[in-house]
Design a protein around this ligand. Sequence first.
Ligand code: UD1
Ligand code: CA
Length: 460
Amino acid sequence: MSCEVIILAAGMGKRMHSSLPKVLHQVAGKPMLFHVIETACSLNASKVHVVVGHGGEIVKEYCKKLPQDIQNLLTFHTQEKQLGTAHAVSCVLNYLNQDSKCLVLYGDTPLVNKELLEPLLDLGESSLKLLTVIMQNPFGYGRIIRDEEQNILRIVEEKDANPQEKAIHEINSGIIATSSKILKQYLPKIQNLNAQQEYYLTDLTELVVKAGLKVSAQVTYDEKRTAGVNNKIQLSEIENTYRTLQAQKLMEEGVTLIDPKRFDLRGTLTHGQDCIIDVNVILEGEVELGNNVTIGAGCIIKNCKIGDNSIISPYTIMEDSTLKVHNTIGPFARLRPGNVLEDEVHIGNFVEVKKSHIGLGTKAGHLSYLGDSEIGKDVNIGAGTITCNYDGANKHKTIIGDDVFVGSDTQLVAPVEVKEGATIGAGSTVTREIPAHALMVSRARPRILEGYERPRKEKK
Ligand code: UD1
Ligand code: CA
């Protein structure tokens, strides 16, 4: 039987106190909704229905950032007024297959994963299966009411619960598995006679029980993965959970994290052996480390590939760049998008590199800007070298051949080429092609005026 997933994402999230729709608030650098959509796709769903409402247009627009194959599975349904979770699901009813398995997920419960959901989808004899959680502090959640034989009877919301019910520690995660038939038959029967005057999806349980059908629960103690986000405190807790889980997994795989509490992965990290990551490092997007890569404190690295035996020294920021093996970068280096650094390249402190290809063994140790450049191997870029790549309208290329020596404080006015083996004297402005093995110096001749008295302040 095919499985259709329904994700509820229409609520406004009053308790977030934000103009951004709740489900777009980010966990690990990604909207909560994206986590849920990706989980839905990992279950091989045939369709993913997303119910949007509050800020729906913004949510839909944002989803265009998802990979195309995921977008192809999505259909959006608008819930004009947010009248409750049952009302939200009813917006999808007419679009569900006649006979499919249905899984309802909440856009504000981002960490629930495949491992928790797969057993839930195994309905067996049950018409409805709930994912319930035994929680230390159940405050705010719907409670699961069972009879003496432990059969599930109904769910009662915090706001409607009496003190005995509030003492129950088994809560409703909100996530249910059922069939389109059950939803089509019983959802229209749900009423809004409760404290919030909302149509509660949780009331489906009692209706199905009363019809004599079997309702069961998949019970978990994993309160971290099933936690929902209603406010910024819970958002930070979820972020914390995510960070801890990621860090644990990486350490189990052999990555050394100097302090797992001070490490953030906002995306995915693949790695070889013996990688060491110091404190306060943030990795974003897709980062790939080879063997024996060391990342110093405070580095921010996004979508980069870093080859074996490379050392990224503290406070380096790099994005969309590929570094081959034995590179040494930083401290305080900045690699903007589009760089390829061959083996044994050294980029030192306060060097900014953009859209450049840098050859084997080339060094730029201090205070430089290398943009739109193609630099050969064994080149020495002196301190303060600047590629003047921008004329106010267009960007131009600087080409530097192998074994060139660029003296300190050189400006390379692009488009310009320095041929192999050439030497540029310190303080030069290069405006035209320099032939191979030539020496070029453009430096004003010094004038020396002996015995010069500079004006001085009178002492009071
Ligand atoms: C809900 C459950 C509660 C459960 C908790 C788990 C109900 C009535 N209550 O409470 O039993 O313990 O989740 O986190 O279901 N939404 C819509 N349209 C609406 C209302 C909500 O799409 O009209 C969406 C929200 O965007 C959110 C989800 O449904 O993603 C849950 O809504 P929320 O208001 O946060 O429900 P809770 O009060 O947390
Ligand atoms: Ca919620």
